[in-house]
Design a protein. Structure first.
Length: 396
């Protein structure tokens, strides 16, 4: 094996974990600054500087609503995607409890959904976790079979955070509505990357978070279709149509709207660029490293998402070695990155645990280039070879 020691002067800093978070765009920061300094008034107050804050929230709501083909009144600002998921699922569960207690989700959801459903099970709700195929896709037939007279909510993510697979939300939501059931989707990983139209998709609720598309951390939204009942998730003031109490995070809301505005102008061209880059990465990686298992759907996936497993070694070891070379990637969801357990998503897709433990996720973004990929390809094969030579499971 070649010596992969790299002098510190040669180490580049390459960030390939955009599904975990993104760098806040400088234009977003610039848009936020006035609301951290000059226009600092509380939006609920009556004087002029407070009115500027309120107007900024209203403008932001309009920008975001327009991007997903919603009405401004259908947007509720939250602190993140996790809060949005919790509010949608828990609120509907408690409001609809008189009708039934059955919720349907999938076995590959983000833990913001899975753990919320686990919590509701302790309150007496029944939850069905749908299986997925080897690509991580839900079967429409499995959904139909899972529906009961007591089913009150179906929640299925649009794009999977670990393998990038996109679900056919339009088909799945139509099944829900034919049976009089509300439908929620976690779109945290898809907004700003692929088209998201709440009318076209037919969803009743949708969750999103700003920091996945070059906006600030700590702000998200929940889309709630007009007419869909919703209970307050936080209690106190009258903010967000009395559905989410607490002084609004004005600067971050403005930043989210700016990030959406930037995405609107560029995401289609960027998607083409990232798909081309990821295709090149997959082709070259497949040539350079034996026994690589690529995960997720090969085409129906978010742009720039490359997820794979290096058989018979631990992904965390590869991750740490890459980090020493200035390459930032992940072994799965950022929310479970410190867990050494095999990914629940990969196991649900039928991937053997000895393979699933070698998972690595490369998610590309605005600043990534072919040179970055070539730098990774220069060092990754040697790293994998090194750990396989130490693995008792690997046989050449």
């Amino acid at each position: 094996m070649k010596n992969n020691t790299v002098k510190s002067a040669e180490i580049k800093k390459i960030y390939m974990d955009h599904s975990a978070t993104t760098q806040t765009d400088p234009a977003v920061v610039e848009a936020m600054l006035p609301y951290l300094t000059k226009f600092y008034g509380n939006p609920s107050a009556l004087y002029s500087i407070a009115e500027e804050s309120k107007k900024a929230i209203d403008r932001s709501r309009e920008t975001i609503a327009s991007f997903i083909n919603a009405s401004p009144s259908e947007i509720i600002f939250t602190s993140c995607g996790t809060e949005s998921d919790n509010q949608a699922i828990i609120s509907i569960a408690r409001l609809k409890k008189e009708k039934g207690n059955h919720i349907i989700t999938t076995s590959i959801e983000h833990h913001a959904v899975l753990h919320t459903c686990d919590y509701l099970q302790k309150e007496g709700f029944e939850v069905t976790f749908l299986p997925v195929d080897g690509y991580g896709r839900v079967s429409a037939e499995d959904l139909k079979k899972a529906i009961k007279p007591t089913t009150i909510l179906i929640t299925i993510m649009h794009a999977n955070n670990e393998v990038g697979t996109l679900q056919d939300i339009k088909t799945l939501s139509s099944i829900a509505h034919k049976n009089g059931i509300l439908f929620h989707t976690d779109a945290v990983q898809s907004i700003g990357k692929v088209p998201v139209d709440v009318v076209e998709m037919g969803v009743d609720m949708l969750s999103s978070s700003a920091h996945k598309l070059y906006g600030p951390k700590g702000v998200g939204f929940l889309y709630v279709k007009k007419g869909v009942p919703m209970k307050p998730f936080m209690h106190g003031g009258d903010q967000e149509r009395k559905l989410r109490a607490g002084t609004e995070n004005v600067a971050s809301i403005v930043g989210y709207a700016k990030a959406i505005e930037l995405a609107k102008n560029s995401y289609e061209a960027e998607a083409i660029r990232l798909r081309n880059l990821s295709r090149y990465f997959v082709e070259e990686l497949d040539k350079a490293v034996p026994d690589v298992v690529f995960t997720g759907h090969p085409t129906d996936r978010t742009p720039g998402h490359v997820s794979c497993c290096f058989s018979y070694i631990e992904g965390e070891s590869v991750l740490l070695m890459l980090d020493s070379l200035g390459i930032c990637v992940s072994s799965g969801s950022a929310c479970t990155a410190r867990s050494l357990a095999a990914s629940h998503v990969l196991l649900a897709m039928g991937i053997d645990v000895t393979i699933a433990q070698g998972s690595i996720r490369f998610t590309l973004g605005h600043e990534n280039t072919k040179d970055d990929i070539d730098y990774v390809l220069k060092h990754l094969p040697g790293i994998v070879d090194k750990f396989r030579k130490m693995s008792p499971l690997y046989e050449k």
